[in-house]
Design a protein around this ligand. Structure first.
Ligand code: NAD
Length: 257
């Protein structure tokens, strides 16, 4: 095996990434990070306007980008997005399954629709993309998959109740491990990142909870999305060439106490 120099250890130069939920928040930062590290990026989002904006910013950095409107819960839309990406860029080296939603609701009041909505995006959506991109990666002889799980895969958040979200993210961690074992033979590494509370639209809409959350975080503050870049590049690059099935927790110490 040829090892990169330390200077190039975290590079993804010349690679092609496919990032879901790339229109805003963590997904947008991940798209820009991969572009800055040398990749061309397909930006997938259910919101075409934000996806286009991210793509424009990538192009302004001198990389190629493709904005695609797709709902990750719909296998046919995912297949089409994968096809479009391969037609344009010829391959997919890095899949980042980032699209996700959270609903705060007490279990006894949760509707079927709420449960299904969370499971469909957070768990089935991740599988839909893994399956479609996995076929491409198997054919091309390898790739890297990074699933955005959450510390909620490991602990039960307080004070808000979010049973479906927590269960879906625990599912993402086991899906990650299962595919890591199943696809190691094809040169595909599958890992997860589990952020703690991160400052995005998702959390800003419940900012009244911040004063309750902060004392539960040993580092005493929320994560900025940019602070997840190191974990992403580690798992997307040869820096993690012998790492698979891992869940990399980036939570300011939340899950320790
Ligand atoms: N923000 C946090 O505190 C936090 C913590 C841990 C994990 N996460 C996870 O990180 C990921 C990103 O979260 P965020 O905070 O950036 O959220 P966000 O709500 O700011 O952004 C999510 C993006 O996903 C897109 N999206 C939603 N449903 C989609 C679908 N069906 N198909 C395609 N795109 C869809 C949205 O349009 C949006 O652009 C999620 O998986 C989330 O669960 C977030």
């Amino acid at each position: 095996m040829k090892h990169p120099s330390v200077k190039d250890l975290f590079s993804v130069e010349g690679q092609v990434a496919f990032v879901t939920g790339g229109g805003r928040g963590i997904g947008k930062v991940f798209c820009l990070t991969l572009a800055e590290a040398g990749a061309d990026v397909a930006v997938i989002d259910i919101d075409p306007e934000t996806a286009s904006q991210t793509a424009k910013e990538i192009e302004a950095m001198g990389r190629r980008a493709l904005a695609i409107k797709a709902d990750v819960t719909k296998p046919d839309e995912v297949e089409r997005a994968v096809q479009q990406t391969v037609e344009r860029f010829g391959r997919i080296d890095i899949l980042v399954n980032n699209a996700g939603i959270c609903i705060h609701e007490n279990a006894e009041n949760m509707t079927d629709e709420q449960w299904d909505a969370v499971m469909d995006v957070n768990l089935k959506g991740v599988f839909n993309c893994c399956r479609a991109v996995g076929r491409v990666m198997i054919k091309q002889g390898g790739g890297k998959i990074i699933n955005v799980a959450s510390m909620s895969a490991l602990i039960v958040n307080r004070p808000q109740n979010q049973v479906a979200y927590n269960a879906s993210k625990a599912g993402v961690v086991m899906l990650t491990k299962s595919l890591a074992v199943e696809w190691a033979q094809y040169g595909i590494r599958v890992n997860a990142i589990s952020p703690g509370y991160t400052l995005t639209e998702m959390t800003k809409k419940v900012s009244h909870l911040f004063p309750v959350w902060k004392p539960m975080i040993p580092m005493g503050r929320l994560c900025e999305p940019e602070e997840l870049r190191g974990a992403l590049l580690f798992l997307a690059s040869d820096a993690s060439s012998y790492v698979t099935g891992h869940n990399l927790v980036v939570d300011g110490g939340y899950t320790l106490i």
